[in-house]
Ligand binder design. Structure first.
Ligand code: PLP
Length: 385
């Protein structure tokens, strides 16, 4: 089954539900057992207590696992909750973990402020390290965490090379695949053991719910399931429904995000106000060869660097955009444009791009309207600068 067919059909069974196309939304805490025998055997029941999930959760888990070619998936209340669940399932006191420096900032904070308290040491490595990561692996290295392309700076990682080195030394490889959305990148096929997602982004797709997923290979299933169960994370059924509904159209949405994103990236590349673009699908991007080898497309999120960091000029541009909104998260249908400061959250390499770093999310609007909006913004930037 191809991915677009899978997104349409995975995780639903209309004939098990009166022929209704979409799975029902179960609201549940207590689940009743008809006999004492059934109560005592509840560990074997498909549904035994609300917190352990209902068919609403199983529907999305099955669809995500199928999309990622995974053994299974578990739903968490946010992308960050999925990341912290995956990490806590894999580390113990005294461990050392290797984490990409191109990291989503809240993951970095979790390592620095929480894992540290439990005696887990985090070491950052440059995203482009590839097979050289072998030199950093210690006997107590339990996890190599990857995120590709990296947040804000969009470096592509050589996941197969990193995974080979990690596995040779018994470490587990976790990949944050929010950018690839499980659609344009299949990390489990490239060596990852566990993949985490901010379902908040493209799976939900409409900026109206928060959700996370951990998908895992067979070897990682027991510890992920155990840890999630013990920590008690639970996503509400209405939000889970929004994500499984969003998945049905994610393929066509992503294709449009990709196409419009490329058109706008190419337009930006010609602008005198733009010093550089960070978009791995652009031919001159340093990560392009790896992206071409491992990815089948690109989402609507990328970066660029403006030739000025002047606050007055930046305000003149950003305060008056017609279609581009300023705000966090991404992956919804709408376009977003914000300044970012990767230089504040890098540990092992410096980011000195010579101007203001920006992050753009190209939404589903007509790209020509978006280009006109950017063009007018650049005019205000130039006049105020
Ligand atoms: C947004 C994001 C997350 C966190 O997702 P939330 O649902 O906001 O918690 C994790 N990783 C990446 C790469 C993200 O962009």
């Amino acid at each position: 089954m191809k991915d677009d067919t899978l997104l349409t059909h995975a995780g639903r069974d209309p004939q098990a539900n009166y022929g209704i196309v979409n799975p029902p939304v179960y609201h549940a805490s207590t689940v009743l057992f008809p006999t004492l025998d059934a109560l005592l055997a509840r560990g074997q029941a498909a549904v035994s207590y609300g917190r352990y999930g209902t068919p609403t959760h199983f529907s999305l888990e099955q669809a995500m696992a199928a999309l990622e070619r995974a053994e299974g998936a578990v739903i968490l209340p946010s992308g960050l909750a999925a990341i912290t669940a995956a990490l806590t399932a894999c580390v113990s006191q005294g461990d050392h973990i290797l984490v990409t420096d191109g990291l989503y900032s809240p993951t970095r904070r979790f390592c620095a402020e929480e894992l540290k308290r439990f005696g887990v040491e985090t070491e950052y490595y440059p995203p482009e390290i590839g097979a050289d990561i072998a030199a950093l692996i210690r006997p107590n290295t339990s996890v190599v965490f990857t995120e590709s392309p990296g947040s804000q700076t969009f470096e592509v990682q050589d996941l197969p090379a990193i995974a080979a080195a990690a596995h040779e030394n018994g470490a587990t490889v976790i990949n944050d695949n929010t950018w690839g959305a499980g659609y344009y990148f299949k990390p489990l096929e490239k060596g990852a053991d566990i993949v985490v997602h901010a379902g908040t982004k493209y799976p939900v797709g409409h900026a109206d719910a928060m959700l996370g997923m951990v998908v895992y290979n067979a070897a990682s299933e027991a510890r992920i399931r155990r840890s999630v169960k013990n920590f008690g994370g639970f996503a509400g059924p209405d939000d889970v429904y929004l994500a499984q509904r969003g998945l049905r159209t994610m393929g066509v949405r992503l294709q449009r995000h990709y196409e419009s994103g490329m058109k706008i990236a190419r337009w930006l590349a010609e602008r005198p106000e733009v010093l550089r673009i960070m978009h791995p699908a652009m031919e001159d991007d340093p990560g392009h060869a790896l992206w071409k080898r491992d990815f089948t497309g690109a989402c609507g999120l990328f970066g660029f660097v403006l030739d000025t960091a002047d606050r007055t000029a930046l305000s003149a541009m950003l305060d008056n955009m017609t279609y581009f909104g300023m705000g966090y998260s991404w992956g919804g249908y709408e376009s977003l444009l914000i300044p970012t400061w990767p230089e504040k959250s890098r540990s092992c390499y410096s980011w000195a791009p010579g101007g203001q770093t920006m992050r753009i999310h190209v939404g589903l609007e007509d790209p020509d309207d978006l280009i006109a909006d950017l063009e007018a913004g650049f005019e205000r930037l130039g006049k105020a600068g």
